[in-house]
Design a protein around this ligand. Structure first.
Ligand code: COA
Length: 329
């Protein structure tokens, strides 16, 4: 028995902020942001929490399958910007959705959070422990962005998505294979300084602006290029897939140059690479489900297609997941 994605949806807040919006606030410009990252605009929600962003996507996947909230057994919500430190955003979403039969938890895998959650959920479904798992990935990055730091605030956006995982009797469909990695030495280069148990909030931490994303961009860039390309190539190789066999690479959307390096390593032409970083920026755990949802909505992915999902993010965490698309177009 395999676990397959049987429905997918996404949601982003309605308000759009283009690169020019930042020009009056910090020393930056549209040209720099576009050429260094590939980003043109992003969505921000300055009100509400991450569960408000994810709830419409959760409702949509249920609607697509004609299910009720009570049909969900497990909720895994990947985020680094939960509504509150506790209870989990999975619990908050469970209440808002009315998924009274579900248990669940949050998963803090940063940009790889969705892939970690997808694989965890798939194993739960494959084992028979749960019948239906709702896997969500999303972040309200605006809540942890220092809008005075030009090296980070232009990179991110708010948004996320959801997939439904269900058992499939046909073993050739669903989540086929995964490679997930972690290297805790990455903490130095990408983290949030305060707000956790190590450095609880104080007037000093707030004054020092320690509750925001801290990133040493070049160090992360180097590791991301290597990490994401390596696992994406490895998963193709060990499943004996050539570039012709792969319908889509769905990469985490952090930087167009990282995406290009991954596609090159896989030998994929650009028309097989899902890119929407220009419109959404880096939504952290949200990028991959948003990409999958857009591919599905635009009927660009067909039943039976091999799709390689890849990510790299804080931790460091990275990985690649091979899926064979199971939804009828
Ligand atoms: N506008 C204008 N100039 C900017 C800027 C901005 N928004 N941000 C940085 N700069 C400047 C820098 O200060 C630097 O100036 P200097 O040469 O005078 O010191 C110059 O641009 C080059 O900065 P650098 O950091 O070398 O640029 P880069 O090409 O490495 O691009 C990132 C920066 C962040 C886009 C890139 O490093 C990156 O994408 N890193 C990985 C991000 C990632 O994958 N994260 C993991 C998931 S969250």
């Amino acid at each position: 028995m395999k676990a397959a994605i049987t429905a997918v949806a996404h949601n982003v807040p309605p308000d759009v902020y283009d690169n020019v919006w930042f020009e009056s606030k910090i020393d930056t410009n549209d040209e720099w942001i576009k050429t260094r990252t590939g980003i043109t605009e992003r969505h921000f929600a300055f009100e509400g929490g991450v569960t408000d962003i994810l709830l419409p996507a959760a409702k949509s996947v249920l609607e697509q399958r004609g299910l009720t909230p009570e049909d969900i057994d497990l909720i895994i919500l990947a985020t680094i910007t939960p509504d509150r430190v506790f209870p989990s955003s999975a619990a908050i979403l469970q209440r808002k959705l009315g998924a009274t039969n579900a248990w669940g938890f949050d998963l803090a895998g940063a940009c790889s959070g969705f892939l970690y959650a997808l694989v965890t959920g798939a194993k739960m479904v494959e084992s028979g422990a749960v019948k239906r798992a709702l896997i969500l990935g999303g972040d309200k990055m605006s809540s942890i962005l220092n809008f005075e730091d030009r090296t980070t605030c232009v990179l991110f956006g708010d948004g996320g998505g959801a997939v439904l995982l269900e058992a499939t009797d046909d073993d050739t469909f669903g989540v086929v294979d995964h490679i997930l990695r972690m290297d805790g030495r990455g903490e130095d280069f990408l983290h949030q300084k305060a707000g956790g148990s190590l450095r609880p909030p104080t007037i000093e931490t707030v004054t020092n602006r320690e509750h925001f994303v801290y990133q040493e961009g070049q160090a992360v860039f180097k590791s991301a290029v290597k990490g994401m390309a390596d696992v994406s190539f490895e998963i193709m190789q060990r499943n004996e897939l050539t570039a012709d066999d792969v319908a889509w690479l769905v990469p985490h959307q952090a930087n167009l140059r990282i995406i290009d390096a991954t596609a090159d390593r896989m030998g994929l032409s650009r028309d097989k690479v899902m890119i929407n970083i220009d419109r959404f920026g880096n939504t952290t755990a949200g990028t991959i489900p948003i990409c999958l949802s857009e591919l599905h909505i635009n009927k660009k992915v067909a039943k039976g297609d091999y799709v390689v999902l890849s990510s790299f993010g804080a931790g460091y965490t990275w990985g690649s997941v091979l899926i064979r698309w199971a939804i009828d177009t």
